[in-house]
Design a protein around this ligand. Structure first.
Ligand SMILES: [Ca+2]
Ligand SMILES: [Ca+2]
Length: 293
């Protein structure tokens, strides 16, 4: 009897050992975090609406009615069809037929719905999480606009084209094993051969859009925390951000630069964001901000 008990006990211990080998402890899932991206203010450097001027009097006057369109996006690198986009159109502070916005050299502080606030939500990965999780990026394609009593249109087509481009270049992409090469991989997927910008250039016909698109920029947040966040920040600092002038198209606007950063590196103010667009008069300078929820 004693021999039998020992054998049974031995079998139980052996089974437990097999179980322990087959099921390592489940790693803690990485956290998800929300961020708010919004427009703070605008300066009209050069008016879009400025008409012929005689003795300093311009008809129409050199005053613009700036507003913002933010196309937020998210994509998981290496996960097919993971891209999504959300459009937020900021309110026009001067909606009346005779209303005039700031003149050249003047600024406006956006408030409420004018800020086109959008929420970016990503999982936040550290270096060790990369073994079992895919890296996400979340950002915004921001358009500086000038209202002319038309309703905005065509933005949805532009957002859908961006989504397809992100699915192709990043959803279908491969994250490098070298964490120091992640930023250059993302920027190459945006601005390189067969990247997002070349896809947009090939697939965005001139979309009908009533108001004047003054310019646009792309802001890319990487869902990184801890040591991975520091690596993203140190490599992003020296990286040149790509641009594209969309040929023969005034809407959507040319994408003249932007920024890439780690979402885990803290709140951020993007000041001095100059917007211009080939074929469209005027220059506005915007300030955007990103805050963690
Ligand atoms: Ca105009
Ligand atoms: Ca106007």
């Amino acid at each position: 009897m004693k021999a039998l008990r020992t054998t049974v006990l031995g079998a139980v211990v052996a089974s437990a050992a097999v179980l322990a080998t087959a099921c390592p402890p489940t790693p803690t899932p990485p956290p998800t975090q929300n961020f708010t991206f919004k427009a703070d203010s605008v300066t009209v450097n050069s008016s879009n609406d400025k008409g012929p001027c005689l003795f300093g009097v311009c008809v129409p006057p050199a005053k613009d009615e700036p507003y913002v369109v933010n196309i937020a996006f998210k994509v998981t690198i290496g996960e097919a069809n993971s891209a999504s986009t959300t459009i937020v159109t900021g309110d026009n502070h001067w909606p009346g037929a005779l209303d005039q916005g700031p003149g050249e050299g003047s600024s406006h502080t956006f408030a409420g719905g004018e800020q086109a606030a959008t929420t970016l939500s990503t999982t936040m990965l550290d270096v060790a999480d990369l073994a079992t999780n895919k890296l996400q990026i979340a950002g915004v394609w921001s358009w500086g606009m000038e209202a002319d009593l038309y309703s905005p249109g065509g933005i949805e087509a532009a957002a859908n084209t961006l989504k397809t481009a992100l699915n192709t270049a990043l959803g279908g992409g491969t994250l490098p094993s070298d964490t120091g090469a992640i930023v250059s991989m993302i920027l190459n997927a945006i601005g390189g051969v067969n990247g997002v910008f070349s896809f947009l250039g090939a697939n965005l016909g001139s979309i009908f859009f009533g108001d004047d698109a003054i310019g646009s920029k792309l802001y890319i947040g990487v869902g990184a925390r801890g040591a991975l966040s520091s690596i993203i920040q140190s490599t992003a600092g020296g990286a040149a951000f790509p641009s594209i002038d969309l040929p023969l198209v005034t809407v959507p606007p040319d994408i003249r630069g932007g920024a890439i950063f780690s979402l885990g590196a803290g709140d951020r103010v993007l000041s001095g964001q100059s917007m211009t667009n080939g074929g469209v008069a005027g220059q506005h300078t915007y300030q955007f901000s990103l805050t963690g929820a």
